[in-house]
Design a protein around this ligand. Sequence first.
Ligand SMILES: [Zn+2]
Length: 118
Amino acid sequence: MHEISVLKQAVDIAEKTAQENNIARIAYLTLEVGELSGFIPVFFYKYYPIVTENRPVFDGSELKIISVTGEALCKECSAMYNVMKEEGRCPKCGSRSKKILGGREFRIKEIGFDENLV
Ligand SMILES: [Zn+2]
């Protein structure tokens, strides 16, 4: 359920960026969401219309989400593996001791402006 608050923050930033650049309309907002961030993309899609309601700059805009794979480096044998796929255990040596290399991110990747409406 914390998806709605981070999504609101992202939408606030996008709206502010549009205002600062005199952009009338945002075409799309692309977010990068890591598999290990704890955020579930389906909720972002669900909340997007709610969060952007009564914000004309987002009229007709689209939310895009890029999922970032959870990658880890095994501290025992230095193997790299997909955390979700291997359920947090090194497939090579079975150790759970690892360094997370990626997949915890939540960030705005791109704010797409509608050029025709600038
Ligand atoms: Zn290992």
